[in-house]
Ligand binder design. Structure first.
Ligand code: ZN
Length: 352
């Protein structure tokens, strides 16, 4: 099969395009003919090589997959969530893989499974004509979405859903501050927070991205290039601050994020794109009953809720640009330029 793959870590130029062996599904897996696969920052980290994601070479990246079921081994049939799924069904794939046997999995926290992996980081991914994935990870593709649109929502919307609803426990009428408004996870965060009755304030250093954020439903916008955003937050909330800060940036925004919080406010973080270490004045946190929540991806049951919200058109994918699979290296360069609003997607099939 044709695939974009790595033989060593490094820059975008390390992504090669050529032949790789077609994967053979394990007992609980199905083979998917990939139609589209979206890029994520995770792909860049795995490509560059970070200790959290050791990969054997050759390695195929990509966790956000849409396609058609190519084969279903008999052993995998009972793991299919929807019985009507069959060979040829159009599907989207939940990106997290867990053991489904340990105490965390049995209690419904499979994102905390000791064996938890993300497709394309811990297993071969979707920058290829075929990928083998666990049967239980499949959901029917919402019919109104193209394969490219369908590939552009799993990781980001699942992450944002888990952050806002499961971890930070958004309540109707609360105010949510969404940082980095042009990123994939933030475009998901804006929509999910609005869907559940929040007032959303979006922050970006790009006016163009803020204009897009408004179209997605953001009530208020702050241009972070014009000064500390926490001062604007205080002005926009009559001095009170926000109930939830949606964080994935890290040290570049952390201090201002804490200073933006209202009493009983929560910071929920899923990433650290500017580095892992921050400083924190504990006195502020404990005197104001504030909380900090970590958040890792999400569960398959949350994924099915995201797919249902997509099917009902309560949420919509945000697609920035589509590249052919053979131009995966260019797609990585484009993602790293940070000029996109929304997702960068590889069109896999038909190849061109
Ligand atoms: Zn487990």
């Amino acid at each position: 099969m044709k695939a974009a793959f790595l033989l060593e870590h490094g820059g975008p130029e390390k992504i090669q395009f050529g032949e790789q062996p077609k994967p053979v599904p394990k007992a609980d897996e199905v083979l998917i003919q990939v139609k589209a696969c979206a890029l994520n920052h995770l792909d860049i980290w795995v490509r560059q090589g970070i200790p959290a994601y050791p990969v054997p070479f050759p390695h195929i990246l990509g966790c956000d997959i849409s396609g058609e079921i190519a084969t279903i081994p008999k052993t995998a049939r009972e793991s299919l969530f929807q019985e009507e799924l069959t060979v040829g069904s159009e599907v989207v794939v939940s990106p997290g893989v867990a053991c489904h046997n340990c105490s965390d999995c049995i209690e419904g926290y499979e994102n905390q499974c000791p064996e938890f992996k993300i497709i394309g980081a811990g297993t071969p991914g979707g920058y290829a004509e075929f990928v083998a994935v666990p049967a239980r990870n499949l959901a029917p593709k919402p019919r109104h979405l193209s394969f490219e649109e369908a590939a552009s929502f799993p990781l980001t919307f699942l992450t944002a859903w888990h952050m806002i609803l499961t971890r930070a426990q958004l309540k109707f009428g609360e105010t949510v501050l969404i940082l980095g408004a042009g990123s994939g996870v933030s475009t998901a965060g804006i929509q999910i927070a609005k869907m559940f009755g929040a007032k959303v304030i979006a922050v970006s250093s790009s006016q163009d991205k803020l204009d897009h954020a408004k179209l997605l439903g953001a009530d208020l916008c702050i241009n972070g290039s014009k000064g500390p955003f926490h001062k604007e937050v205080r002005k926009l909330t009559d001095g009170r601050g926000v109930d939830i800060v949606f964080e994935h940036v890290g040290p570049a925004t952390w201090e201002e994020s804490v200073r933006s919080l209202a009493s009983r406010g929560r910071i929920v973080t899923c990433g650290a794109t500017t580095g892992p270490i921050v400083s924190l004045d504990l006195r502020v946190i404990f005197t104001k009953d504030q909380s900090i929540y970590g958040s890792r991806l999400g569960t398959i049951s949350e994924f099915r809720k995201v797919v249902e919200a997509m099917r009902l058109q309560k949420l919509k994918p945000v697609l920035s640009k589509v590249f052919p699979l053979s131009e995966a290296a260019h797609a990585h360069k484009f993602l790293e330029s940070q000029s996109q609003f929304g997702k960068v997607v590889l069109k896999i099939s038909p190849l061109n």
